[in-house]
Design a binder for this molecule. Structure first.
Ligand code: BG6
Length: 462
């Protein structure tokens, strides 16, 4: 039996934009807008407007999730739903009622809410008017929105998160064109990354002004993977060293340690692309670090020395320092195109223990996306043994890290109920619960029944 520490938090993660649907939303976010102008950019032309209908189904959905052993639920409040006037942070009453009801209903079922404030969703008005997080003004508006959430829901929500995966916001929106605003601008991506860290710290500052220490916790959710070099060759090692700084430390260090890695600052400075910052802002970052860290992990990052000759620094992109590397014979989830490598979770656990003060952390997302899951339906239930194996293999590595002293307090699977994906709509399903998007009938999968046992027994038989 692999047993986890007492009070280990078993949960699932989702997000507002991927589950709620667009019902009664007054404002659009960047994805709602992008879909409205270019539906073909989305898998099979399916957008976020219906998602898994959580806005209307939340009562039944939460009940079902609890039946699948989900005792903690991480979701997000949509900025574009809650707020009416973004400058003043006035609210839409419908949205306040909705989020109040959701939180109350979670508590009714004994599901602890973990609430995130930004899951890739920028109100489109702020993107159009100010360039979203290209602008420092928007960092203040985000902090106002966050503070409004603390005021409205902080009596019942004790785990708050400022951002989900800031790295994906810059990769998608400013480097590789898979999220709106679809820009390719290396230097701008550096500034946006800095501004997001600043926005996070400003929100945490508001949090500290409102709550006394220990009462509630605030954190950030990062997609972490130690970067593994393709080989021991100097060029590959150097590529992995930079990629680690860029992909991990650029967010981890300010969030936990309150400052940026000196080496990264020097490289960006030498390249002439360092962010614009003030002493006052750096002080805010220094004084407003997180209490707990969420780690999203799906697949490892492997890199090699850049294969093409470096582009001129006028076209600065992080790619001048590293290329991705596809290791031969790696184990793949072919549907999603991601490598499966559970050992990374152990490496993450040890890295946090040794280099980040052994901060309180949890796995805030981990899961397996599989397409055409109706292939596996037998007697009305998806027989997703592959998902059970995936979760078990990752939990074993996590457990090893915990046994060796890493301070991990929970594991949240992505996801509870199959939900809409940014680029893949419903192609790859991750849920413990199937959503038949034609009938909106939701059914617990075999993995959901297994997860219930896992969460009730606080562990599993190997
Ligand atoms: C995470 C995101 O990076 O990966 C989720 O936080 C996302 O929002 C999940 O859905 C799975 O990725 P995808 O692209 O298959 O939806």
């Amino acid at each position: 039996m692999i047993e986890f520490p007492n009070n280990f938090a078993w949960g699932a993660a989702t997000s507002g934009p991927q589950s709620e649907g667009g019902f009664k939303k007054k404002h659009q976010n960047n994805f709602d807008y992008w879909y409205s102008i270019d539906p073909n950019a989305f898998y099979k032309g399916v957008g976020p407007d219906t998602a898994s209908n959580f806005y209307n189904d939340y009562k039944d959905d939460l009940k079902l999730m609890r039946e699948a052993g989900i005792k903690n639920l991480r979701t997000s409040i949509q900025w574009s739903r809650l707020i009416d006037d973004f400058e003043e942070a006035t609210v839409n009453q419908d949205a306040v009622d909705f989020y109040n009801n959701v939180i109350d209903e979670m508590i009714k079922y004994g599901i602890t809410p973990y609430i995130n404030l930004h899951h890739f969703d920028m109100p489109i008005e702020l993107q159009k008017k100010y360039g979203g997080f290209e602008s420092k003004h928007v960092t203040d508006l985000f902090a106002k929105f966050a503070d409004k959430c603390f005021e409205l829901f902080g009596d019942r929500v004790h785990h708050w998160f400022t951002f989900n995966e800031p790295k994906v916001i810059i990769d998608g929106g400013y480097l590789y064109k898979f999220h709106y605003p679809l820009k390719v601008d290396g230097p701008l991506s550096v500034q946006v990354a800095y501004n997001i860290n600043l926005a996070s710290a400003k929100a945490i500052q508001k949090f500290h002004e409102r709550f006394s220490e220990g009462e509630n916790k605030i954190g950030i959710i990062l997609n972490l993977t130690p970067v593994y070099p393709a080989s021991g060759a100097e060029g590959d090692e150097a590529a992995a060293w930079f990629a680690n700084l860029w992909d991990n430390n650029m967010f981890l260090d300010p969030a936990i340690l309150g400052h940026y890695p000196k080496e990264l600052v020097k490289i960006l400075q030498d390249d002439g692309v360092l962010w614009d910052s003030t002493d006052e802002e750096l002080e805010i970052i220094k004084n407003n670090t997180i209490d707990e860290l969420g780690v999203n992990y799906y697949h490892p990052e492997r890199v090699q020395a850049p294969q093409i000759s470096p582009k001129s620094l006028q076209d600065w992109m992080p790619d001048i320092y590293f290329d991705n590397y596809e290791m031969p014979n790696r184990v793949m989830n072919v549907d999603k195109g991601w490598e499966i490598y559970p050992k990374t979770l152990y490496d993450i656990a040890i890295n946090i223990r040794d280099n980040y003060g052994n901060i309180d952390w949890f796995v805030s997302e981990n899961g397996m996306g599989v397409s055409r899951e109706n292939r596996f339906i037998k007697d009305g239930i998806v027989q997703d043994d592959y998902r059970i194996k995936f979760i078990k293999d990752h939990l074993k590595e996590l457990h090893k890290g915990i046994e060796e002293g890493s301070n991990c307090h929970g594991y949240f699977v992505w996801t509870g109920i199959d939900c809409w994906s940014w680029l893949n709509a419903y192609r790859n399903r991750y849920g413990l619960i199937r959503d038949d998007i034609h009938t909106q009938i939701k059914t617990i999968k075999k993995s959901g029944y297994w997860f219930r046992q896992l969460s009730d027994n606080n562990g599993f038989e190997e």
